[in-house]
Design a protein around this ligand. Structure first.
Ligand code: SAH
Length: 230
């Protein structure tokens, strides 16, 4: 497991703490009943959701809700998406172990950890500073320190690290941001909810071709809005 061991006072390293059986079982059940049973078949995605300790990315007041079938509040008026949505979006990108991925909307860092299980490099942008720092700390603590977290405006993307094989947006703009389209490789995929604030939104799967973008609506959803600026 990816939890770091702590050193004892005499410097002898302790074994990594063993995760409670109850959370291991709750997570296995989440994968079986909420995700596999609803048709997600990608084994790498199922394994990734089985490995990442979702409860560790939640404020302590919300931890008991980690394996519920719904979104969970993470503070600052934001939420961690329902496990099924995380799995659905991760599977839609068909990530390869060599891929470089950009996420917009770090939130708790949970989705970024799932991406880190599936791809080589993960870049994630969050515009609420407090959430970004907390997520960065949790990612490091849990062994996902190679995920790069930036406080910034997702509408601008991460030009210095572009182009990306895949882009995942976990907040909803009213239109697909042009900078993100530009920062996607030809042949790359983007999964993004689009629609009015707090209204009906649609999850789109986009694929960039030399000749332009292919766009497919894949699921009706409701995400927090993608806000402009910091
Ligand atoms: N992926 C997250 C859930 C994200 S909720 C997880 O796994 O926990 C959506 C996040 O998008 C919120 O944290 C919100 O602050 C952030 N957000 C909204 N507008 C943004 C913008 N313009 N740029 C970057 N992040 C943004």
């Amino acid at each position: 497991m990816a939890v770091l061991g702590s050193a004892q006072p005499d410097g002898v390293p302790q074994a990594a703490p063993v995760e409670a059986e109850a959370t291991v079982a709750a997570r296995a059940r989440m994968v079986r009943e909420q995700i596999a049973a609803r048709g997600i078949k990608d084994v790498r995605v199922l394994e990734a959701l089985g490995r990442v300790p979702r409860h560790e990315f939640l404020p302590s007041s919300q931890r008991l809700r980690a394996y519920e079938d719904g979104p969970v509040p993470i503070g600052e008026g934001q939420t961690m998406s329902q496990p099924y949505i995380v799995a659905f979006m991760s599977a839609a990108l068909e990530l390869k172990p060599t891929d470089r991925v950009l996420e917009i909307g770090t939130g708790s860092g949970y989705q970024a950890a799932v991406l880190a299980e599936l791809a080589a490099e993960v870049f994630t942008i969050e515009n609420v500073e407090g959430l970004a720092w907390r997520a960065e700390g949790d990612l490091k603590r849990l062994g996902y320190g190679r995920v790069k977290v930036r406080v910034g405006d997702g509408y601008l993307g991460w030009p210095e690290a572009a182009p990306f094989d895949a882009i995942i947006v976990t907040c909803a703009p009213e239109r697909v941001p042009e900078a993100l389209v530009q920062q996607l490789k030809v042949g790359g995929k983007m999964i993004i909810p689009v629609g009015p604030q707090n209204g009906d939104q649609e999850l789109y799967l986009l694929r960039k071709h030399k000749a332009g973008m292919e766009t497919k609506a894949v699921l009706p959803v409701r995400f927090v809005p993608m806000v402009k600026g910091l």
